[in-house]
Design a protein around this ligand. Structure first.
Ligand code: FDA
Length: 393
C-alpha cells in the first residue's frame, strides 16, 4: 500500500488549491478524482471566463449556519492573495459590476495555473479513480480505489456540492462526513432560477428574454439590486440567483420594478403633466411594453391617468414598487451554481478545516455548509478554505 502524507479527494477549485499549498510545505500530496479532467466546474464557470474572485470580500456575503466561521480563513487568504497569484501567472483579467473579476481569455487559464502550481509543488494527481472505501487507522486513513490502495496521515474531502450532476457532482463528501459521525445539514439548490406555477407560466412565458433593473427582497429582509430576467421557465438574472439563497419554498418575494424611485410620486407627476395620457403609454415609458401588458388588465391600461381614482393609483404604485409574487420553486441542482447546506461547520475548526472529533480529516470548499453570493465569492471560499487546510495538513 502506497503511503502519502496527504490525500485530497476532489481535483476541483478547493482541492487543487489545498494540494499546492501543502505540496509547497514539503508534504507528499496525492489528489484523487473520479472525473477524467481536473477543475471541470472552473472551466464552465463565469460563462467560460471564470469569475475567480471579487475585489471586496466580506463575511456577510457567505451563508453559513455559523456566520463567524468564514472569518478566519477569508482573512488569512484574501482575494488580493489570489489576484497576486493570477498576476504572477500572467493571466489577464478584467473587473465587471460589483467588483467581480473575470479572465480576459478563458477559464482554462485558471485550471492551467492551479495544475502548474500543483506540478511545481510536487503534487501527484490521479484522475478517473473511483474510491471504493475509506477507513480510519491509528495513524491516519486507508483508501481502496480503482487505481490501487493508499494510506495517508491527513485526508482532505474536497468533493464539492450537488449542483450540476452532469458535471460529476456527487453526494460522496456528505456520505464520508456521515461515515465519520459528522452532521450534514440539509442541502438545497442555491444561486438558481425560479420556476413559474402553471397559471403564471401562461401569463408570463411570452416575456422570455426581457431583462429589467430590479430590487428583490426576500422574507428575511435580504435585498439585491441587480437585473431581473424573464425566462420560459420562470425568473432568472443576477437578482433572482442572489435572492434564491435566502428563499424558502412557498415564500413570497417582493420585486421592485422601479428601483430607487417612488412609483406613487412618478404617477402623480405624470397625472399632473399628462392627465389624458393612457396608463399603457405612461407605464411603457418606464418598463418594456410587453411586461406592462402582462402585468395589468387591458381595461385598466386603456384608462387615461385622470380616470384612475387615488386608491387605484396607490395600488398601482404598490404593484410597481412591491410586486409580491410566490414562485413555484427553483430549477434545482440541474442549473444551480451552488449547494446550500452541507457539512456542519460547528464540527470543524475554522482555522484549519479539520474535523474537531476526527483527527486528520478535513473538509474544504463547497461540501461544507458555506455558500457565497454570486460574484466570485464561491471560488474565493474554495481558495481560502483550501489554503487553510493546506497549511495545516
Ligand atoms: P468542485 O465542484 O469545484 O470540485 C469537486 C471535485 O470533486 C470535482 O472535480 C469532482 O469530480 C470531484 N468529486 C466529486 N465526487 C467525487 C467522488 N465520489 N470521487 C472522487 N472525486 C469526486 N463560483 C464563482 O465564484 N464564480 C463563478 O464564476 C462561478 N460560476 C459557476 C458556474 C456554474 C455553471 C456552476 C455550476 C458553479 C459556478 N460557481 C462559480 C461555483 C463554483 O464552481 C463552486 O463553488 C466551486 O467549484 C466549488 O469548489 P470545490 O472545489 O468545493 O468543488
Amino acid at each position: 500500500m502506497k503511503h502519502h502524507d496527504v490525500i485530497i479527494i476532489g481535483a476541483g477549485a478547493a482541492g487543487l488549491m489545498c494540494a499546492a499549498t501543502a505540496g509547497y510545505r514539503g508534504r507528499d500530496v496525492l489528489v484523487i478524482d473520479n472525473a477524467k479532467q481536473a477543475g471541470r466546474k472552473i472551466l464552465i464557470s463565469g460563462g467560460g471566463r471564470c469569475n475567480f474572485t471579487n475585489q471586496k470580500v466580506e463575511p456577510h456575503q457567505f451563508i453559513c449556519g455559523n456566520p463567524h466561521f468564514v472569518k478566519s480563513a477569508l482573512a488569512r487568504y484574501r482575494s488580493s492573495d489570489f489576484i497576486e497569484l493570477v498576476e504572477r501567472h500572467g493571466i489577464e483579467y478584467h473587473e465587471r459590476d460589483h467588483g467581480q473579476l473575470f479572465c480576459n481569455d478563458s477559464a482554462k487559464d485558471i485550471v492551467t495555473m492551479l495544475m502548474t502550481e500543483c506540478e511545481w509543488a510536487g503534487v501527484k494527481v490521479k484522475l478517473r479513480t473511483e474510491i471504493f472505501s475509506v477507513s480510519k487507522t491509528d495513524s491516519g486513513f486507508n483508501l481502496s480505489t480503482s487505481n490501487g490502495d493508499f494510506s495517508c496521515t491527513s485526508l482532505v474531502i474536497a468533493t464539492g456540492g450537488l449542483s450540476m450532476p452532469k458535471l460529476g457532482a456527487t453526494p460522496y463528501g456528505y456520505k464520508l462526513a456521515e461515515q465519520f459521525g459528522l452532521t450534514v445539514l440539509p442541502t438545497s439548490a442555491g444561486l438558481v432560477p425560479f420556476t413559474w406555477h402553471a397559471e403564471q407560466k401562461a401569463r408570463f412565458e411570452a416575456l422570455s428574454g426581457i431583462a429589467v433593473p430590479s430590487t428583490i427582497t426576500a422574507q428575511d429582509g435580504t435585498q439585491f439590486s441587480e437585473a431581473l430576467l424573464f425566462t420560459h421557465r420562470g425568473l432568472s438574472g443576477p437578482a433572482v440567483l442572489q435572492i434564491s439563497n435566502y428563499w424558502q419554498a412557498g415564500e413570497a418575494i417582493s420585486i421592485n420594478l422601479l428601483p430607487g424611485e417612488n412609483a406613487l410620486e412618478k404617477i402623480e407627476l405624470a397625472l399632473k403633466n399628462h392627465p389624458k395620457q393612457s396608463l399603457r403609454n405612461t407605464l411603457s415609458h418606464w418598463l418594456p411594453k410587453r411586461l406592462v401588458e402582462a402585468l395589468y388588465e387591458e381595461a385598466q391600461l386603456d384608462k387615461a391617468l385622470n380616470q384612475l381614482g387615488h386608491g387605484e393609483r396607490e395600488h398601482l404604485a404598490q404593484s410597481l414598487n412591491d410586486w409580491s409574487i410566490v414562485m413555484n420553486g427553483t430549477e434545482g441542482y440541474r442549473t444551480a451554481e451552488v449547494t446550500l447546506g452541507g457539512v456542519d461547520t460547528n464540527e470543524l475548526s475554522s482555522k484549519t478545516m479539520e474535523a474537531k472529533n476526527v483527527s486528520g480529516l478535513y473538509f474544504i470548499g463547497e461540501v461544507m455548509d458555506v455558500s457565497g453570493w454570486l460574484g466570485g465569492f464561491n471560488f474565493q471560499w474554495a481558495w481560502s478554505s483550501g489554503v487553510a487546510a493546506g497549511l495545516a495538513v
